[in-house]
Ligand binder design. Sequence first.
Ligand SMILES: CC(C)(COP(=O)(O)OP(=O)(O)OC[C@H]1O[C@@H](n2cnc3c(N)ncnc32)[C@H](O)[C@@H]1OP(=O)(O)O)[C@@H](O)C(=O)NCCC(=O)NCCS
Length: 151
Amino acid sequence: MSATIVAVRAVTAELVAAFERLLPQLSPGAPPLDAVALAEIVDSPATELFVARDGDGGVGVGAGTVVGAVTLVVFRIPSGLRARIESLVVDRDARRRGVGEALCRAALARASERGVDTVDLTSSPARDAANGLYRRLGFTLRGTNVYRWAR
Ligand SMILES: CC(C)(COP(=O)(O)OP(=O)(O)OC[C@H]1O[C@@H](n2cnc3c(N)ncnc32)[C@H](O)[C@@H]1OP(=O)(O)O)[C@@H](O)C(=O)NCCC(=O)NCCS
């Protein structure tokens, strides 16, 4: 595998096109992300977006192509500085070559750099690959109830 992980600093048409491909592979029902929504993620001090680029065509879709993404969220609450890994996705054609792991490791390294001690995430039990990957990276299950309020 030869994928390069880069922190996104600006929204380009290429990035918008990449999310058109990737987002349905993460959340089939999610509305498409336009440039404005992507800029909100990129410009916010609370979120950092990382993408994986196929380094040499070796992960199957062509050199330089964006083949995956992950978002790191960092925020301070009374109990401390917290972080979450969100929206990890790797293009179907580039999976099982370590791209997901590389994206997670980049997000974890950045979280450490920002002084975060723990990183949380949630993943549906049905997501076999994601749960396998997170466990392999050292994430452990917490005994907590996850709630959602919906408008
Ligand atoms: C989860 C995902 C990002 C992993 O990306 P990836 O580039 O394939 O990840 P890696 O190659 O670094 O690691 C894959 C690891 O996942 C695990 N894995 C992959 N497929 C698996 C499966 N069917 N069953 C169990 N574990 C599996 C293994 O631990 C595997 O490592 P291995 O190939 O060395 O055995 C990718 O499958 C994906 O985008 N899935 C759809 C979106 C998603 O579920 N995102 C997570 C949201 S919480």
